[in-house]
Write a protein that binds this ligand. Structure first.
Ligand SMILES: *Cc1c(COP(=O)(O)O)cnc(C)c1O
Length: 501
């Protein structure tokens, strides 16, 4: 199977090239030319396998230039019980007592307690194999700018993976104390972590400049290295997310919650549009999905887009208690538009040029019609997010994080407006302990302790739920990275970190 660029249909690359390169030269994103199609019989056959078996089948259909052995090796290394707490890395919990029944797809049982582990545990394996096929003998250098979750998940994924080095830059005052500690205590021989004096945008701009700095690129080449990217527009991050929608359907089938062929609704707390787009691919491959419910926080640019067909990022940016969704340009939306225009790359290139010039664009009527028939967009502010956490805990005895609460709230709005009670699968994207302060605040009336770890302990005591080991073990972990630098010192930090000059 080959891949096109969303902005140029004459760009045709293999899966390995798409993953090694990350983004197409003209700025477009790689999309599969054709999707494998699964019948109900195929889905039943998937249901007879475990998670890894399901993943192997789906990966094999998309990564046709990988050998069976390469795929098996990657999947078996990524989705272990040791890393995800059980043989099913993405289990479904059922909330069945209240007025709205929900199936919660828990995507946060991995080593960093957020759903990005689902993709970033396997990406390093896919990436090193892709680099070997396309740039044989080179070592891949991964640079990441992070506002929190991605950096830690990428570090854990690439830690001690042969043929790779990873450097993560984070804004010194722009991440939570827990996130900072997660990164500063990172283990592994091939990792480094640098705090920069500036905000997330400064970190991101700094990284982009290094990627395209000819001087640094030449130094890397001389040392047999090349830059590669682990960010969420890489096809190697999207594909692993398709698997868990199929897997959830299979689990629900096996557990008698649905019958083969029954449609489901999916509800996704959305930022960069990667997670929800993976469910769109799953539907186009044959998974029976009725509606995609796209949940945003106060940064509700997608809610408006789904309603009006106009994408407009010229608006106030809110810093919310669901920070992983604080985003005004949802990069992966470009892939959806490519498919909804039946692959009109010229049109996509035009819209994206308008977005970068004016911060907005309007899609054609037929595209808008397709969009609104398949997607429902809604949003939830911080106050209602905390109210939802509190209600879910009190009424359903289910403790959820802030991002998941946004999804649940928007789903409840959807049901109230439409009376559509199709079985709903809610994507739960982080452990409540990762956002302990906001969650504790929602479930208690008492004064919060000052220290982040004290909040974690109190949340555990109050709700009688266990703190995930990757977070509880942080308290005593050794701090390894304390280096801070200015934005213009980032290039030197990279060269120093790589020990090249
Ligand atoms: C990244 C993230 C999201 C947003 O996912 P997208 O694929 O970017 O839409 C939601 N919740 C959490 C906890 C995240 O880390």
């Amino acid at each position: 199977m080959n891949y096109n660029s969303t902005r140029n249909n004459s760009t045709v690359v293999s899966a390995a090239q798409a993953i090694a390169q990350g983004i197409s030269d003209e700025g477009g994103l790689f999309v599969p030319q054709l999707l494998p199609k699964y019948s109900l019989e195929d889905i039943k056959a998937l249901a007879a396998k475990d998670y890894r078996g399901r993943a192997k089948k789906i990966f094999a259909d998309f990564l046709s230039d990988f050998t069976e052995e390469e795929i098996n090796e990657s999947v078996d290394a990524a989705y272990t019980a040791e890393k995800f707490g059980s043989d099913n890395p993405a289990p479904v919990s059922y909330i069945e007592n209240g007025s709205t029944k929900m199936s919660v797809l828990e995507l946060w049982h991995g080593p960093t307690c957020a759903f990005k582990d689902m993709a970033l545990q396997i990406l390093p394996h896919l990436l090193t194999k892709s680099v070997k096929k396309t740039y044989s003998g080179k070592e891949a250098v991964i640079l990441v700018a992070t506002s929190g979750d991605t950096g830690k998940a990428a570090l854990e994924g690439f830690k001690d993976v042969k043929g790779t080095k990873i450097m993560v830059f984070y804004p010194v005052n722009g991440v939570s104390p827990m996130q900072k500690r997660q990164m500063a205590t990172q283990k592994g021989e091939n990792v480094s972590v640098v705090a920069i004096e500036g905000n997330f945008d400064d970190a991101q701009t700094g990284v982009k400049k290094i990627f395209t700095n000819p001087d640094i690129k030449a130094k890397l080449a001389k040392n047999n290295m090349l830059f590669s990217s682990a960010n969420s527009i890489n096809w190697g991050r999207l594909l692993p997310q398709v698997v868990y929608y199929f897997s959830a359907y299979c689990d629900m089938l096996n557990e008698g919650k649905i019958n083969a062929g029954d449609k489901i609704n999916v509800v996704v707390p959305t930022g960069n549009f990667g997670n929800i787009l993976a469910s769109f691919y799953a539907m186009n491959m044959g998974l029976p999905i009725n509606k995609f419910i796209c949940a945003s926080n106060s940064n509700n640019v997608l809610t408006d887009f789904i309603k009006t067909g106009t994408y407009d990022k010229n608006r106030k940016f809110y810093t919310t208690i669901s920070p992983s969704m604080d985003i005004l340009v949802s990069s992966n939306l470009e892939r959806l538009l490519y498919h909804l225009t039946d692959g009109n790359a010229q049109k996509i290139a035009d819209w994206m040029a308008q977005l970068s010039a004016n911060g907005k664009y309007t899609v054609d009527d037929d595209v808008k019609e397709k969009l609104t028939s398949m997607f429902y967009g809604g949003y939830c502010d911080d106050e209602n997010t905390q109210k939802t956490i509190s209600d879910m805990y009190k009424n359903e005895n289910y403790l959820c994080d802030t991002h998941t609460a946004v999804a649940i709230n928007v789903y409840q709005q959807y049901v109230a407006q439409t009376n559509d009670t199709t079985t709903a699968v809610i994507a739960s994207t982080a452990s409540p302990y990762k956002f302990a302060k906001s969650v504790l605040e929602a479930v208690t009336d008492e004064k919060l302790p000052e220290d982040e770890f004290a909040m974690v302990d109190e949340l555990s005591a109050k709700t009688k739920t266990a703190v995930p080991t990757p977070l509880s073990s942080l308290k005593d972990a050794q701090v390894r990275f304390t280096f801070e630098c200015k934005v213009d010192e980032m290039p030197d930090a990279v060269l120093d970190g790589l020990k090249i000059s």
